[in-house]
Design a binder for this molecule. Structure first.
Ligand SMILES: C[S@@+](CC[C@H](N)C(=O)[O-])C[C@H]1O[C@@H](n2cnc3c(N)ncnc32)[C@H](O)[C@@H]1O
Length: 400
């Protein structure tokens, strides 16, 4: 059944907006899916609008939070992490706010960031520093929106639940609010595509963030970025200042239908506490899944994959520093199952064969001379998107 869901809604919708038949639809048999698809151009065109909205939000956020303006306590991952080398200096450079080389150059020119450090004092030998981002990039947000969330939101909106509650998207650790904005736009797209009659369940978007100043910034950005009509109707993502591990946060984990987790604990808790935090996430997301039927599934999007994150956590806490695949498999068993997503297909719909695209979103053939760097950029992007993993919660704990 899971495979069928993935094939009909994720593998196909990853590259295409639903067909007009979805709009007329009325059927709630989402597991069967539709055999026709709208042109991939439709969803790519929609993404152009999303990118424009995100671009506006970037300007608002850059003005509101200059580099390093919000203080936070970070826990650098231990040496066991594949993602980080504690012996190499690092800088926190938000990839959403500073997406291009020129942005990083400007930070370097201001003396806030350095790309290199002297590995051997007195010599001319230098090595690259590490630039760490605590936000998704624009590309990742588009992928999350159109390839992962959109098919789930459409399926949910077409198959309303008996108690009429909305399909709730919850970004755990919502920081600057950019996931919330992308999810809000996705909810509007789902509503537009399905039409008033087809969209029989609303989609709501909420962020739960520990850091109060980030919540304030996100609320202001969202008020400014969300269309006036939505603002008038109070249709603006909610930002809740709370610890996801506290009572309020746990309730959101239970109520959520689509949970987004981007590196929530990796940089914000010491490894020993991360294992306990993940146990809470597992327990609370399972608690609500007693309602789980094929028509009312619950999803978790994790970046990096749960396998990678938990492998690192268990390796750092088992005292031996070894990744423990069996322990990870045991932890995931009875909780979540991975939903396959075709990243290559999604990218192919956005990059012409033999061509490549530039940071500003335009595409051209390899004859412009940017081919080699575009190839490595594409390989990097593919890797990043493949690490954005979608899971379906499969446990069956009675509803609370
Ligand atoms: C890597 S950032 C993700 C930002 C955003 N969701 C995105 O994808 O662009 C992780 C965020 O989680 C927040 N966070 C860490 N621990 C948390 C907790 N226990 N409860 C709520 N938020 C938490 C941090 O303050 C940080 O803003």
């Amino acid at each position: 059944m899971l495979r069928t869901y993935a094939e009909t809604h994720l593998l196909s919708a990853a590259s295409a907006r639903p067909a007009a038949s979805d709009k007329e639809g009325g059927d709630s048999g989402d597991e069967e899916g539709s055999d026709s698809e709208a042109a991939p151009d439709d969803v790519v065109a929609w993404e152009a609008g999303l990118r424009a909205t995100l671009g506006g939000a970037r300007q608002t956020l850059k003005a509101a939070v200059p580099y390093g303006a919000v203080a936070e306590k970070l826990h650098r991952p231990p040496a066991t992490s594949a993602l980080f080398d504690p012996s190499v200096p690092s800088y926190d450079v938000d990839t959403f706010l500073f997406p291009d080389d020129e942005d990083v150059d400007a930070l370097c020119d201001s003396g806030l960031v350095s790309r290199t450090f002297c590995a051997k004092c007195g010599s001319t030998e230098t090595k690259p520093t590490q630039l760490i981002s605590h936000s998704f990039s624009e590309e990742q947000l588009c992928f999350l929106a159109s390839a992962l969330l959109y098919p789930c939101a459409v399926a949910a909106a077409k198959a309303p639940v008996a108690d009429g509650r909305p399909f709730r998207v919850v970004d755990v650790g919502s920081r600057l609010g950019v996931v919330l904005l992308a999810a809000h736009e996705t909810a509007l797209l789902a509503r537009d595509v399905l039409g008033e009659e087809g969209a029989r369940r609303t989609v709501t978007v909420t962020g739960v963030e520990l850091n109060g100043p980030f919540c304030d910034v996100a609320r202001k950005m969202l008020q400014r970025s969300v269309a006036a009509a939505d603002r008038r109707h109070g249709n603006v993502p909610l930002v809740v200042t709370a610890d996801i591990l506290g009572d309020v946060g746990r309730q959101w984990l239970r109520d959520a239908d689509f949970v987004v987790m981007n590196n929530v604990f990796e940089w914000f808790l010491p490894p020993a506490e991360q294992a306990d935090a993940w146990a809470v996430v597992k327990k609370e997301t399972l608690l609500s899944s007693g309602r789980s039927t094929t028509k009312d599934p619950k999803f978790l999007m994790a970046y990096p994959s749960l396998e990678e994150t938990l492998g690192g956590v268990f390796a750092a806490t088992d005292g031996k520093g070894t990744a423990t695949d069996a322990a990870v498999a045991k932890f995931l068993s009875g909780w979540v199952e991975r939903v396959p997503v075709d990243v290559d297909r999604w990218l192919a719909a956005r990059r012409p064969p033999g061509g490549h695209s530039h940071d500003d979103g335009h595409s051209c053939s390899s004859s412009c001379g940017g081919g080699d760097s575009a190839d490595s950029e594409r390989a990097h992007t593919t890797e990043l998107l493949q690490s954005m993993c979608l899971y379906r919660v499969v446990g069956h704990v009675p509803k609370v």
